[in-house]
Design a protein around this ligand. Structure first.
Ligand code: NAD
Ligand code: UFG
Length: 339
C-alpha cells in the first residue's frame, strides 16, 4: 500500500484530497495545526470513505515533530497544502505569511530530504501570474505576483526549482490552481471560512442561506461581456483529482513540472449569481459597488498542458459547482460548527 503525507489535510482542499486518496487506495497521514480548519472535516472524510486515516495535530515548522513523523512512517510522497491564503491578511501581516508559507515549506523539504522522501506535490496558485493582459493564461506566461501571499507562492516555486536542479532524485509537481470552489457531492465536507468570506462563491452561499444580507459586486465596468469580473471556477473534486494524476505523472518523471489546474472557461460574477440562484432556488440580493483594488478583468487558464501531460481535465460545470456548494451550505449552515 502506498502511504502519503498530506500537510494541511484538514483544510478545504486538503480534506477533499483525503477523500480521493483514500478512495484510490492510498494510506493517508494528515499533519495540520488546525489554524484555519476543524478536525471535524477529517471525521467527515472517514464517514464518506468508510476508511481510517491518521491525524497528527502539529505545525509543519516544528522540526523535531516533523523528523519524528518521517521516522515513524515510510512515506512515498507528500502533498503539501499547509499554508495561509488570505491576500488582504498577507498585506497586513507579511512576516507571518513568509514564515508560514516559505519557512514552513523549507522545513518540510529538509525533513523529506533527510528521510529520503523526494516526491512532492505543491499547492501553488494562479496568483503567481499577477496581472496578465492575455487570456487564457498558460504556464509560459511571466510571473509577477502583486501581493505578499502570491510572492510566498512564487518563492516556494523557485526554492523547489533550485532543489530539483541540485538533486536529480526529486520529483516535484507545482500545481497552479485557478479558483477552487464547490464541495464534495455528499455535502459532508466543504469550504468553511472563519470570518466573513473574501471570495465570491462562499459569500454568495452565505447570502443564499441568510447569514449575510447582500453580495457586493465589485465593479460592472470591466471590459467583459457584462462588465463584471471573469474567473476560472474549478470544482474542488476536479482539482484534487488533478493531484492524483500528478502523483501518477511523478512516478514516471523526475525533475520539476508546472501545471495549471483550471477549467479553461471564464464566468462573470453575474453568471455565477444566476447559476447559484438556479441551484438554490433563491434570489441572491446583490448591489454593484466600486472595483476591488488589485482585481483584474479576466483570468482563466489554458489547461492544455495538464490535459496532455497529466491526462487530466475538469469535468464539473458551473451548474454542478453551485449545486454541490449549496448542498454543503444547506446541510452545514454554520460550517463545521453545525453538528
Ligand atoms: P485552508 O486554509 O482551508 O487549508 C490550509 C490548511 O493548512 C488548514 O487546515 C490550516 O490549518 C493548515 N495549516 C496552515 N499553516 C500550517 C502550518 N504551519 N502547519 C500545519 N498546518 C498548517 O486552505 P485551502 O483553500 O484548502 O488551501 C490549501 C492550499 O491551496 C494552500 O496552500 C493555499 O494557499 C492553496 N491555494 C488555495 C486556493 C483557494 O482559493 N482556496 C487557490 C490557490 C492555492
Ligand atoms: N467578487 C465580488 N464580490 C465579492 C467577492 C468577489 O464581486 O464579495 C468578484 C471579484 O471582484 C472577482 C470574482 O468575484 O471578479 C472572484 O473573486 P474571488 O475573491 O472569489 O477570487 P479571486 O480571483 O480574486 O482570487 C482567488 C483567490 C486568490 C487566488 C486567485 C487565483 O482569492 O488567493 O483566486 O487562484 F490567488
Amino acid at each position: 500500500m502506498t502511504e502519503v503525507l498530506v500537510t494541511g489535510g484538514a483544510g478545504y482542499i486538503g480534506s477533499h484530497m483525503c477523500v480521493e486518496l483514500l478512495q484510490a487506495g492510498y494510506d493517508v497521514v494528515v499533519a495540520d495545526n488546525l489554524s484555519n480548519s476543524s478536525a471535524r472535516s477529517l471525521q467527515a472524510v472517514q464517514r464518506i470513505t468508510q476508511k481510517p486515516l491518521s491525524f497528527v495535530e502539529m505545525d509543519i515548522r516544528d522540526e523535531e515533530r516533523l523528523a519524528a513523523l518521517f521516522r515513524s512512517h515510510r512515506f512515498d510522497a507528500v502533498l503539501h497544502f499547509a499554508g495561509l491564503k488570505a491576500v488582504a491578511e498577507s498585506v497586513a501581516e507579511p512576516l507571518r505569511y513568509y514564515d508560514n508559507n516559505v519557512n514552513g515549506t523549507l522545513r518540510l523539504v529538509e525533513a523529506m530530504s533527510s528521510a529520503g522522501v523526494k516526491t512532492l506535490v505543491f499547492s501553488s496558485s494562479a496568483t503567481v501570474y499577477g496581472t496578465q493582459e492575455r487570456v487564457p493564461i498558460d504556464e509560459s506566461a511571466g510571473t509577477a505576483p502583486t501581493n505578499p501571499y502570491g510572492r510566498t507562492k512564487l518563492q516556494v516555486e523557485q526554492l523547489l526549482h533550485d532543489l530539483g536542479d541540485a538533486d536529480a532524485q526529486w520529483r516535484i509537481s507545482l500545481l497552479r490552481y485557478f479558483n477552487p470552489v464547490g464541495a464534495h457531492p455528499s455535502g459532508e465536507i466543504g469550504e468553511d471560512p472563519n470570518d466573513i468570506p473574501n471570495n465570491l462563491m462562499p459569500y454568495i452561499a452565505q447570502v443564499a442561506i441568510g447569514r449575510l444580507p447582500c453580495l457586493r459586486v465589485f465593479g460592472d465596468d470591466y471590459a467583459t461581456a457584462d462588465g463584471t469580473g471573469v474567473r476560472d471556477y474549478i470544482h474542488v473534486v476536479d482539482l484534487v483529482n488533478g493531484h492524483l494524476r500528478a502523483l501518477d505523472y511523478l512516478q514516471a518523471n523526475t525533475g520539476v513540472a508546472v501545471h495549471n489546474l483550471g477549467s479553461g472557461r471564464g464566468h462573470s460574477v453575474l453568471e455565477v449569481i444566476a447559476a447559484f440562484e438556479r441551484a438554490s432556488g433563491r434570489p441572491i440580493a446583490h448591489e454593484v459597488v466600486a472595483r476591488r483594488p488589485g482585481d483584474v478583468a479576466r483570468s482563466f487558464a489554458d489547461p492544455g498542458k495538464a490535459n496532455r501531460e497529466l491526462n487530466w481535465t475538469a469535468t464539473h460545470d458551473l451548474e454542478r459547482i453551485c449545486q454541490d456548494a449549496w448542498k454543503w451550505q444547506t446541510r452545514h449552515p454554520d460550517g463545521y460548527r453545525t453538528a
